[in-house]
Design a protein around this ligand. Structure first.
Ligand code: MN
Length: 258
């Protein structure tokens, strides 16, 4: 049997399941909030154009607007100044084969529950590898925090000194880049921690990943449904001209028994 015929059979039998890691695009879903002197990320907006009525008797459709970085979304290298000169660094130019790859899921849910400012460190990556084996080159590395169970104000978790949400340290991203990862994904509003404006460099996940031509995924939902290894992630952004990112449907293929 060919590889694709095998996949089709496994999907049909349920031996391979499709797990949706995407939040619903909804005006109520929070977006990142920047200091007021900066341009802001728009929430999702939806407007009915017609609904089987005088505006269009046999059809229904909506007008939608949003930022490239609204909801569950993909970050391309050109999103960050460090990646502005990366060849084919916008969503329309990235080789589509780059959107599909194996997933390694690092469970930080207990640590994030105990400390909203929890930072993934190289030691956590090494401890994960001691249990599950080396992180293969080309992997999507996903930081599970169970943050996607939060909603409303608790999701951004803003305080007087900014947002408090978990993320990676600069050293952890450097360690993952040394392993040749494809990208890094989180359940929080960004790939960086809430306090990452104060890190060195500021926003290290964005700065380092995109400078290296790698990708980000954020606002992922329900990473607890993935095994530590073995899932295949499909994360194809919209083909926006010069786009720095895009909302997308993130799907994981998971084999039974994993
Ligand atoms: Mn983004």
């Amino acid at each position: 049997m060919s590889a694709l015929a095998g996949l089709v059979a496994a999907l049909a039998s349920g031996r391979v399941k499709v797990v949706d890691l995407t939040h619903r695009l909804d005006p109520d879903f929070p977006v990142i909030v920047l200091p007021p002197e900066f341009g802001q990320c728009a929430r999702f907006r939806i407007e009915e154009v017609s609904a089987y009525d005088h505006r269009g008797p046999a059809w229904k459709w909506h007008e939608i607007t949003m930022n490239e970085h609204t909801g569950t979304h993909f970050d391309a290298p050109c999103h960050w100044i460090s990646g502005r000169d990366v060849p084919a660094g916008s969503v329309d130019e990235i080789d589509p084969a780059a959107f599909i790859g194996p997933a390694c899921v690092i469970d930080c849910s207990a640590e994030a529950a105990a400390d909203p400012d929890f930072l993934l460190q190289p030691a956590h990556v090494e401890a994960w590898e001691a249990r599950h084996g080396p992180i293969p080159a080309g992997s999507w590395v996903l930081m599970r925090t169970d943050w996607s169970r939060r909603s409303g104000a608790a999701y951004l978790n803003m305080a007087g000194d900014g947002a408090h949400s978990p993320g990676p340290s600069a050293a952890a991203i450097e360690a993952l880049l040394a392993r040749g990862i494809r990208g890094f994904g989180t359940e929080t509003v960004g790939t960086d921690a809430g306090q990452a404006a104060h890190f060195d460099p500021p926003f290290p996940a964005h700065y380092l990943l995109h400078g290296a031509g790698r990708f980000g995924l954020q606002c992922l939902k329900g990473l607890d449904r993935l095994p530590p290894t073995g899932a295949v992630l499909i994360a194809a952004p919209l083909k926006i001209r010069g786009g720095t990112g895009s909302p997308l449907r993130v799907l994981a293929l998971v084999e039974e028994g994993q």
